[in-house]
Design a protein around this ligand. Sequence first.
Ligand code: S3P
Length: 448
Amino acid sequence: MSPAPPRPFQLAASGPLLGEVTVPGDKSISHRAVMFASLAVGESRIEGLLEGEDVLATAAAMRAMGADIARDDAGVWRIHGVGVGGLLQPERALEMGNSGTSTRLLMGLVASHAITATFVGDASLSRRPMARVAEPLRRMGANIAASPGDTLPLMVRGLCPAVPIEYRLPVASAQVKSAVLLAGLNTPGITRVIERVPTRDHSERMLRGFGAELTVEPGPDGTVISIRGEAELRPQDVIVPGDPSSAAFWAVAALIVPGSDLLIRNVLLNPTRAGVYEALRMMGGDIAVQDEREVGGERVGDLRVRNSALTGIEVPPDLAPSMIDEYPALFVAAAFAHGVTVARGAHELRVKESDRVAAMAAALAAAGVATTEHDDGLTVQGSGGEPLPGGGRVATRLDHRIAMSMAVAGLHVRRPLAIDDAAPIATSYPGFLDTMARLGLAPTWLNA
Ligand code: S3P
């Protein structure tokens, strides 16, 4: 994929955020819905699928491996799968774009099929570590040839039948857990993953929903997740709830902009994803859940968020796995708090779409905020609710969450804050700037 030209923009300091917003479908659930439907025999229907670039990369890859995937005019996706074991040899390299989730989960799928696939990605993805998935998949018998440092481009030659393993996760990673479980789908016998620290559980819930024999039990070293292969998946109708990671940008925006009172509709409330809301409440954020209900087997609700005087906190490290994608947004909230916020115990931030500790330290510096970097986190000096000085230009580093977090910071600044590129936003939230515009906060486009 040739990189898109950068699209710099800035937002003006804004009046209150009022009314309501609806966030797009959850990214993690969307990836899995496309993958599992592509492995079921018969037609699955998916409503509310996130149509961001990352999920479209997954859909394109599943098509390239034989699934029949179409979107109807009403926005419902209809997928006819190939059956577990039925993936076809892709003719060309699979273009993963910016998407770590697509890459790591699909590596797992390919590992136990008799096919070979090459994975390529953008500059950000090509720097990210793949050893964490390559290692267990090699134990299962896959042959994986990666670029130096176990990075992309890499090639997976699957083994069929693969060898079931019992694997203790060395990092708290839902992607590694899922890669092994997905390899287990087409592996005869029981594949086990032992998870010491709970991470998002969408693979477990959804695989069960698609009819896989999967159990989750407590064990002496953590939760034991066992899947029996070779599984048969049955087609499902999936309704994808709104993404709590996308909702976090609006929650922080409403908390920091004076006078705001915003309703964020249809947000997934799965506890493995809700850490940021806990942290924001600890800071004094007024976030109320309304109309809590169940949609497609998941709890969802509407979040009413009102402007609040925030106070700096020590972010509990044990919240890290349930808010790993939300630290950039949390750091922006911290920049407006009274006092200092200290976030430690989040090493994984260093290996996301960018090094999010370094990227946010630099981004906040461009907005006039003092920070201190740690190996495993960031300390942020708050403004006590005052607008930030602003005036600088944020480097997004091909990272959608840096772009959106800092766009939010730019809503309460003395001098405009430029963001060097809007393009990465489309990986997870293509309508983000349109929703800003609908709230009366249209971006101004700048020269590259
Ligand atoms: C994801 C898991 C997380 C998260 C990513 C999506 C998933 O990554 O950061 O955005 O859908 O499984 P890790 O599992 O590497 O922490």
